[in-house]
Design a protein around this ligand. Sequence first.
Ligand SMILES: Cc1cc2nc3c(=O)[nH]c(=O)nc-3n(C[C@H](O)[C@H](O)[C@H](O)COP(=O)(O)O)c2cc1C
Length: 152
Amino acid sequence: MSRLLIVYHSKNGHTAALTEAVVAGSRHPEIDVEVRIRLAREAVADDVLWCDAIVLGTPENFGYMSGGLKDFFDRTYYPLEGRVEGLPYAVFISAGNDGEGALTSIRRIVRGYPFREVHDPVICRGEPDPNMLEACEALGTFMAAGVEARLF
Ligand SMILES: Cc1cc2nc3c(=O)[nH]c(=O)nc-3n(C[C@H](O)[C@H](O)[C@H](O)COP(=O)(O)O)c2cc1C
């Protein structure tokens, strides 16, 4: 069965709420994909080796990704070097009013693995609202359908 990994960090719950929507979307009744959800601080290189695609979720903190997600990259970069080339990925971000800094920082780092972006980033500003949750759900469905159909 195809495998989707979702790695996220959330301090105050907004990104966690978006993650729930991504997970809900990925568990679409017509899609048969194994979904693994990991807090960024608990995610390890083997989780990445396990998956066919990865979704990364983070708040924007100080114009950057969260420390938790950065720590995930710091811990997995060398163990994964040369082993995950072209892994399909997508990003969702919870921000107060921006989100571009988090996106830029993630894109710069994943270029080193290198992962391959297969969906436009979903940037949610402010409290998660129904439209944002819907966008995250759609992202989860897209990623799950993509790995199941081996589209990426
Ligand atoms: C320490 C800190 C730094 C932040 N820096 C930014 C920032 O640079 N840009 C921005 O748009 N929002 C910023 N925010 C707002 C958060 O990104 C926003 O509240 C987000 O929804 C938090 O997600 P979480 O509830 O999953 O932790 C910051 C919040 C905190 C606590």
